[in-house]
Design a protein around this ligand. Structure first.
Ligand code: GLN
Ligand code: ZN
Length: 766
């Protein structure tokens, strides 16, 4: 039985790539040094898999920033605005300019748009297409990587994002333009890439076509047929593997099965019934290799070998063993690197640790399964069964009181409707027209991060740490007063991450030291692991909110992360439905909201940036998800008085198709990310006549570029044209933790000045 891995984490065991990238961007190391770090990571990953005995190891799963951007560069899909830059000559710098924008020597070019990769928390850079887009074989990264592995003696399976998915993910400025019309010019480039790979010796190529997990139209289905027929015709001996993941093929199954490819991948974690459907399907041919994705690429629980073996047994009844591969459900990009790194700390108690598997362990699970099957090594199976049994029985997981609380019936509506609350809040808060605010975090400087690191290592005492944070908070309050923002925040300096912080304060969570997962570019997150029933032993944020409020006459917002986001950005239990876990979190956050209110905080923001990404990939499952997700938000927000203003915040989202659910959330104010899309995302709210207040972001905080006053004014005026003026807030797209103080200062000064200017103009008119 052969083993295959769809892709491996690339940020480095201890985030070496992140560190090198950031040094390179600051000009602290040169390109050769950066490339050297990358090379080491790739080698380590390949050798790890090779030495574990994996048969089909991926290459081109590495990326300096993002695999979709890699694909754009591979096919020469470079937006016009990047073509005049002086570093044109240097491919990697051009690539980073596309990812991050470019502001230097009179050049001022905005980055490409970024959005979520399917229903994960990974973000990709959205390809940009022109009507008469030309493609050329521009970047040969995929070839280089294949050669690099070959030099190590490893014949890899290069991974390409398939052309149909690539087109599907991209975006065109012209609304009526059919992206599939580009296939005619795109396909020849892919054929050249494949040809080159074959010349170098590649025998297997993995084509990721996760558009097959989505509702695609007939034309796209035909396009898939067309593409893979062309490839099969030109390269009859090539082992082509088509993968899709994160979902069942559903109504694309016939299309998938009829593709003239040698191997088809099935994500059996997300779609446990898929194998049976495939094996009994009339279009299924026994000559097709099935790649059985039995190892969960997106969660951290130990594999259930018995279940995996059942799949394999079932497959064996229908096809010869050599046509069965065992694999990861998706790329391990979404898994942390190595559980063994957690060895020398007590963050994860050893019993819980024994329930887990990270990327490296998942590789071993694949080869373990192989050993059970091929060599009948039943002791491995017994050990696995024992670990799972211990987990099931563990008293750590179940808390009877939590179970009682989640059963209780709660009213989840606010006391009065919005229009009543709005008047009361306006009277109470006395904010000017177009109130200015930020989304919560202020720059997490090196110093702030060092204090936290020192505190965690017990190099400084809790008192010292608190004192440092208080000083930073006070300075931030003064800063906000000085530039004259209207609603202040404490700055979130005590938080490493908006989810981890809460997870650490709640019961039912454990944390890793090195469990990093790439979020975008050099940014990583360390998702908490929810292993048991969740509750709040004591207040989590009240101290900081209260302290910040004590420093100023202006209102300070209390800042919380919402339950859906905590759920979505954690590794979640696989032994109870998601919504059950979410409700437990919601009840804990509700208690916090009420405590903040009691402490005199009049504005409370409950961030839910992840609501949209939690949407199931298929629309037929949306309404049940939205029902429980929105209800969970309302559990957190509904207990407060009319005068307490609830904010929520969402980012990187398109809102059109969920706008009515967002309206049901009934937050008094919602702040959203709109600047990168030039207010395009606002249309959903306008068309829907969204009744509550909105802060459309006017500062793209994902780029180091500082927006000019003119740019901010243009954006704000766009919003003013379409929204009732009394409902408009002025704020950045998102939190400022990744920005530095000098960028933040200039940008926010511009923002406040524009708000004041337009406020004055508007008030004169009234
Ligand atoms: N309050 C959080 C912050 O400002 C929100 C971050 C987010 O939306 N991702 O950092
Ligand atoms: Zn945000």
């Amino acid at each position: 039985m052969k083993t295959s891995v769809l892709g491996f984490p690339r940020i480095g065991k201890k985030r070496e790539l992140k560190k090198a990238l950031e040094l390179y961007w600051k000009d602290n190391i040169n390109q050769t040094e950066l490339i050297e770090v990358a090379k080491k990571i790739k080698q380590e990953n390949w050798l790890l898999q090779k030495n574990s005995g994996i048969d089909f190891i991926a290459s081109n799963d590495f990326s300096f920033y993002d695999q979709v951007l890699d694909t754009s560069l591979m096919v020469g899909c470079i937006p016009e605005r990047f073509k005049t830059l002086e570093h044109q000559a240097n491919e990697l710098d051009l690539y980073f300019a596309m990812a991050r924008g470019y502001q230097k020597n009179q050049h001022d070019v905005v980055a490409m748009e970024m959005t979520k990769w399917f229903d994960t928390n990974y973000h990709y850079l959205v390809p940009e297409f022109e009507e008469n887009q030309e493609f050329t074989f521009f970047s040969s990264k995929v070839i280089q990587e294949y050669k690099e592995a070959k030099e190590l003696g490893i014949a890899t399976k290069p991974v390409l994002i398939g052309p149909v998915t690539f087109l599907h993910l991209g975006k065109s400025k012209h609304p009526n333009f059919n992206k599939l019309s580009l296939l005619g010019t795109l396909l020849p480039v892919y054929l050249s890439v494949i040809e080159q790979l074959c010349l170098e010796g590649a025998t297997h190529i993995q084509f990721d076509e996760p558009c097959l997990a989505l509702a695609i139209n007939e034309e796209q289905q035909q396009a898939l047929q067309f593409v893979y027929t062309a490839i099969a015709t030109k390269f009859p001996d090539l082992i082509t593997i088509v993968t899709s993941y994160f979902n069942d093929y559903e109504d694309n199954l016939t299309t998938a099965l009829q593709l003239p490819v040698k191997a088809l991948h099935l994500d059996l974690i997300e779609a446990p019934l898929l194998l049976h459907k495939v094996l009994t399907h009339t279009s299924f041919s026994k000559n097709t290799i099935l790649s059985l994705g039995v190892i969960d690429g997106r969660n951290i629980w130990k594999n259930n070998f018995e279940t995996s073996l059942q799949y394999i047994e079932e497959a064996k009844k229908h096809l010869p063993s050599e046509n069965i591969w065992i694999s990861t459900s998706c790329s391990l990009l979404h898994s942390p690197y190595d559980l063994d790194l957690e060895d020398n700390n007590f963050n994860i108690p050893s019993d819980i640790k024994n329930w887990l598997a990270f990327a490296k362990q998942k590789i071993q699970e694949l080869t373990s399964l192989q050993k059970i099957i091929d060599e009948n090594q039943l002791d491995i199976l017994e050990k696995n069964k024992e670990a799972l049994l211990q987990k099931k029985k563990s008293l750590k997981i179940h808390n009877p009181q939590v179970k009682v609380n989640t059963q209780q019936k709660l009213c989840i509506e606010r006391e009065s409707p919005f229009y009543v609350r709005q008047q009361l809040q306006k009277h109470n808060l006395q904010l000017p027209l177009f109130p200015t605010t930020t989304i919560g975090s202020f720059p997490q400087t090196k110093e702030v991060r060092k204090w936290r690191a020192d505190y965690k290592k017990q190099h400084i005492s809790e008192d010292t740490y608190d004192e440092l944070l208080r000083k930073e908070t006070e300075a931030t309050i003064r800063f906000q007063e000085n530039i004259d923002l209207d609603v202040l925040v404490h700055g979130e300096f005590e938080r490493n991450d908006m989810v981890e912080y809460f997870g650490e304060k709640l019961e039912g969570f454990v944390f890793t030291h090195f469990g990093w997962v790439q979020s975008y570019g050099s940014r990583c997150v360390k998702p908490p692991i929810i292993f048991g029933d969740v509750y709040r032993p004591e207040p989590m944020t009240v101290k900081w909110a209260q302290y910040a409020q004590s420093l100023t006459q202006k209102p300070v917002k209390g800042m919380l992360t919402g339950p859906v986001t905590i759920l979505q950005w954690s590794f979640i239990r696989n032994d109870q439905p998601k919504q059950e876990t979410c409700k437990q979190i919601a009840l804990a956050i509700r208690e916090e909201v009420l405590d903040l209110e009691k402490a005199g905080i009049q504005i409370i923001q409950i961030d839910e940036p992840a609501i949209r990404e939690g949407l199931p990939l298929r629309k037929n499952q949306w309404s049940s998800y939205l029902q429980w997700a929105i209800d969970c938000f309302k559990i957190t927000a509904s207990g407060v008085q009319n005068t307490t203003q609830i904010h929520t915040h969402m980012c990187y989202s398109e809102f059109n198709d969920i706008i009515s659910s967002i309206a049901h959330m009934d937050a008094d104010v919602i702040t959203i990310e709109t600047s990168r899309s030039h207010m395009e995302l606002l249309h959903a709210f306008v068309d829907f006549k969204y009744p509550n207040e909105i802060g459309p972001g006017v500062y793209d905080i994902h780029s180091p570029r500082v927006p000019t006053s003119e740019e901010i004014e243009t954006l704000l005026k766009k919003a003013m044209q379409v929204l009732p003026h009394e409902n408009i807030w002025v704020n950045p797209d998102c939190g400022l933790k990744t920005r530095n103080w000098s960028e933040t200062k200039t940008a926010l000064e511009n923002l406040v000045n524009v708000a004041k200017k337009l406020r004055k103009k508007t008030e004169v008119l009234v």
